[in-house]
Write a protein that binds this ligand. Sequence first.
Ligand code: ZN
Length: 339
Amino acid sequence: MKSRRRPYSEQHPFDAGGGVWSVPVPIPGNPLGYTLVYAIESPAGPVLVDAGWNHPEAWLALREGLGAVGMDVREVRGVVVTHFHPDHAGLAGRVREESGAWIAMHEADAALVRLMHDLEESAHRDFQADMLRRAGAGAVEVEEATGHRPRPPAVPDLILQDGDLVDLPGRRLRTVWTPGHTPGHVCLHLEDADRLFTGDHVLPAITPHIGIYPYDRADVDPLGDFLDSLEKVKGLGELEALPAHEWIFQDTAARAAEIGVHHEEKLRRLTALLGEAQEPLTIWEVASRMTWNRPWEELPPMLRGMAAGEAAAHLRTLEVRGMIRRMAGADPVRFVLHS
Ligand SMILES: [Zn+2]
């Protein structure tokens, strides 16, 4: 696919029409480059969809970007966070401090944020190390991959559930719960304008990371949820997409269908991979045999950890569909094709 992604330096705040403004906010040191924060006008002050990464440079870009389109960050009425990840929720707390805005988030992500606030840094490291070991990572990889975590985002003031209308006077902005990328990811449907703020759920050229943490969890199926959430968005019809990264595009339904096909292909390749193996494989072994954007040997520890999360999510979906099973009592956990 032809990439239309341009670096942050070439991004500018702009009027996206219909009372919606797009403000790019940099993600320093990240290849994704920037988050697109959207500001929706209202007589009671603008409402933001996402806020950007918590970094002085990003804060400056948000404040000045809003200023450039005639808005004052001190007048922001509220911040709807599509999901708890730091490039979306990071600055929400800062905006609240400045303006007294409310922060709204889906209950499933709000629960994770509360958990992050309660968990000690040392407990977080132990949790990560144990999770990597149970997935079959080597001792050195466990050591290298357990890093510091970013500061948890602000605890929200308002909880959103599927179908809730956001407090945006004069407009109809409806919460569409789209779990998958995170358990509480939401898209926001501007019903009076046939537009959908898609967060990370549906992006024009890339697909969001779908992982499972800890890797060996057997009580959730994030990829299955994600595929269902793609169907849900398809059901809303042909809407204009205002995503949190890359660029605005037409027809969310068509792109959601494409992303679904991408994952079904990946699931087929994974089934073949397990079929070819002569023995049950650990999550780490599966991940190391899958195709990534560079050879496994060249992936840095952090990206290996994410690759393993992605592998685990696909394995779990195959397990739920009855295509594969996990060996009873194996530690690290091992998967084999259902005979
Ligand atoms: Zn994200």
